[in-house]
Design a protein around this ligand. Structure first.
Ligand code: NDP
Length: 278
């Protein structure tokens, strides 16, 4: 079976560079989709309280023959739980839904700069969950450079990851460089822009050159840039296709063609403006 490389996080944890994302998979379909991904070989699942499907992931963990320690599970704090005590209660809720005593990585999902609870307070709750072992690593998602610097200046633990929107139409090179300098691994969400990049002629050109699909070359571009990805699919053939990334390479010219597609196009919300409590 394909062996997926791991990335070393700043606290000594190792995370598989390729995982399976479950955003927008209906709760009732999540167990089956996650089990399919595990069957194909994925060992890293990315869920969130907001997706309302942690329990489906938990059912798949329970039904699988794999040991809990063989699967890296990430979840994220929902936007309504930023107050210190609410965050700790919510982490326990995640563990209950997943049916496990720890998550491998727990993230603040959005910085929510417009609400009156400071994410520094939220982070201190995550630090507690890290220290008592409920989360084996902690990180953030959708944090901009100024948010990262504030956390690092005002708290003890440097986030292990920053999970941000990155794909060929949104290369995020500045923010990725800030993360690199701070020792924070980058996780690229919506790595194929929910499909929006797949009809791009330049991407298609590279795909023809290496005899792979546009999705595979977009995902391979992320892998060669050193980012962590977890494409989502409920389609078995695509779950397999997205896993077959480690028996081909893009050369420097092909990498440059894909990097040149950057047009600063977000498919999701701007973190500086997103303050929605679901
Ligand atoms: P992706 O970029 O992974 O794209 C998923 C879409 O592309 C689905 O419609 C899927 O269709 C389709 N697709 C998948 N593979 C292929 C393929 N090989 N060929 C053609 N189409 C394909 O989008 P997501 O937004 O789901 O991002 C991935 C993960 O990132 C999420 O699941 C979640 O874990 C995380 N995320 C985190 C966010 C955050 O704020 N932290 C925000 C958004 C996502 P189908 O399923 O029908 O096969």
């Amino acid at each position: 079976m394909t062996s997926v490389p791991t990335i070393d996080l700043n606290n000594g944890s190792k995370i598989p560079q390729l995982g399976f994302g479950v955003f927008q998979i209906p709760p009732e379909d999540t167990k089956a989709a996650t089990l399919e991904a595990l069957e194909v070989g994925y060992r890293h699942i990315d869920t969130a309280q907001m997706y309302q499907n942690e329990a489906g992931v938990g059912e798949a963990l329970a039904a699988s023959d794999l040991a809990r320690d063989d699967i890296f599970v990430t979840s994220k704090l929902n936007n309504g739980f930023h107050a210190h005590d609410d965050a700790l209660i919510a982490i326990d809720g995640t563990l209950e839904s997943l049916g496990t005593d720890h998550v491998d990585l727990f993230l603040i999902h959005w910085p929510m700069p417009g609400i009156d609870i400071d994410f520094v307070e939220t982070w201190k709750a995550l630090e507690e969950a890290y220290r008592d072992g409920r989360a084996r690593a902690i990180g953030v998602s959708n944090f901009q450079s100024n948010h990262l610097h504030r956390l690092i200046d005002e708290t003890d633990i440097v986030p292990a990851v920053n999970q941000i929107e990155v794909h060929p139409y949104l290369a995020q090179d500045e923010l990725r460089e800030v993360c690199r300098e701070l020792g924070i691994a980058v996780e690229a969400w919506s790595p194929i822009a929910q499909g929006a990049v797949l009809d791009d002629p330049a991407l298609g050109g590279v795909a023809s050159e290496v005899d792979r699909s546009p999705a595979q070359v977009a995902l391979r571009w992320h892998i060669q840039r050193g980012d962590i990805v977890f494409p989502k699919s409920v389609t078995r053939s695509r779950i397999e296709e997205n896993f077959a990334l480690f028996d081909f390479e893009l050369d420097d010219g092909q990498m440059a063609v894909i990097s040149a597609l950057d047009k600063g196009m977000r498919t999701g919300p701007n973190p500086d403006e997103f303050n929605m409590i679901p």
